[in-house]
Design a protein around this ligand. Structure first.
Ligand code: ZN
Length: 402
């Protein structure tokens, strides 16, 4: 329907300065929006009322044909839009069959009754609130004349996050990485919970976020992997680089073979902690010897391209690792010994399978995306999860709101 729209707005200006003009323009936009929406609703309503069968029906008896007008200027209803608060006179009609009176405005707009923030607004504010702090989001929309409280923004983020779904893409590479990062949680000192992320590598490079969960440190990995098991089963073989507890995936049976690769970048870092646990003095001769050997064993970056001697390299590295394990054992370093023994079977998977998957973490970048937003403030576990669902889906999976 073509609408001929014109409007008159009276504005009291104090000066012709740009600041004054732009300041008043925000007011004009809001008035313009109000009049535009109101007129459009009138014209559509009049057009529908002139038709035999209406695109709406009586809430009480279901009649969709006989109605009469009650008023074009009924009780006002208000909506929050990204252009500001919208106050509309409600259009009211009466059913000729049962005499029931009903408002048409929200039916025509396609939004539910009494809701102050419609879905269109929720989605846009939700994305802004996930990309920046609530304080900045409030400030930005405020500059365009929209007055919002942080709670509204927070609610929009929670609501929008429900739309985000993660999963593995069968068209992309049979390879992925999983890792965790600490999250500051309200009421818990330091970083109370761990956010766990699973990314899938894409054929054309880059990554796609396949799973996200929040829970305790060193546990709850099953919560991340469990929903992905049906997806994993669509692959013949899947290479997974992770330091997480992957026991849930070890029992997948014959259908899918998950190859594990420990993140080699993390290994020397974690080893330092076990050295400390075993009471080995930092920077002592044995400490330096053990750590430097492990750093050398874990460094495979420069060897990745040399496919002919991969098998020999794996053999040499495994022998060196065995030597280091014996060294730790002889010194009575119980934690170090068992840590290396546990890591050993999954350290050179991608090297020995001659798979091109890099063994350094690409999920690290995703962690920075998480931390940039999450380090501003303290969160509830669910709030932290929801804000990052939106962020990661937007940055890595092409999630948009319009
Ligand atoms: Zn009726």
């Amino acid at each position: 329907m073509e609408i001929h729209f014109s409007c008159n707005i009276d504005i009291d200006l104090k000066s012709p300065k740009l600041k004054e003009l732009l300041g008043n323009f925000c007011t004009i936009i809001q008035k313009l929006l109000g009049q535009f929406v109101q007129q459009s609703l009138h014209e559509f309503a009049d057009y529908y009322m002139a038709q035999g069968t209406k695109p709406f029906s009586c809430d009480k008896c279901g009649n969709d044909q006989q109605f009469i007008w009650k008023t074009h200027r009924g009780k006002k209803t208000s909506l929050i839009t990204i252009f500001g608060l919208l106050n509309l006179f409600q259009l009211q009609v009466q059913c000729k069959k049962c005499n029931h009176k009903m408002y048409l405005t929200r039916k025509l707009l396609g939004i539910s009754a009494r809701k102050r923030v419609p879905l269109e607004t929720i989605r846009r504010l939700g994305l802004i609130g996930a990309l920046t702090t609530f304080r900045v989001a409030k400030k930005i929309v405020g500059m365009f004349g929209v007055v919002l409280d942080k709670m509204t923004l927070w609610r929009c983020v929670q609501k929008l996050s429900e739309e985000v779904k993660f999963g593995l893409d069968p068209e992309e590479r049979a390879s992925g990485e999983a890792d965790g990062t600490g999250i500051p949680i309200r009421g818990i000192k330091k970083r109370g919970k761990e956010m766990k992320v699973f990314v899938q590598l894409k054929k054309k490079g880059g990554i796609h976020v396949a799973g996200l969960s929040i829970g305790k440190y060193d546990s709850g990995w099953d919560k991340l992997f469990k929903p992905l098991i049906p997806d994993l089963k669509t692959f013949k073989e899947f290479l997974l680089v992770t330091d997480g507890d992957t026991s849930i995936l070890k029992g997948l049976g014959e259908k899918v073979k998950v190859l594990f690769q420990r993140c080699l970048w993390h290994i020397p870092h974690q080893f330092k902690w076990y050295l400390w646990k075993d009471g080995v003095k930092r920077k002592s001769e044995e400490w330096i010897k053990a750590l430097s050997q492990l750093i050398e064993i874990s460094n495979v970056k420069s060897l990745q391209h040399d496919k002919e001697c991969v098998e020999d390299i794996v053999l040499i590295k495994t022998e060196k690792l065995d030597g280091l394990i014996t060294f730790c054992d002889k010194n009575g370093w119980k934690h170090c010994t068992s840590y290396l023994q546990n890591a050993k079977p999954d350290m050179f998977t991608s090297l020995s399978k001659k798979l091109s998957g890099k063994t350094t973490s690409r999920v690290e970048r995703v962690m920075r995306t998480i931390n940039m937003r999450i380090n501003v403030g303290k969160w509830s576990p669910q709030g932290a999860l929801n804000v990052n669902k939106i962020r990661l889906a937007h940055y890595y999976n092409g999630f948009e709101v319009d």
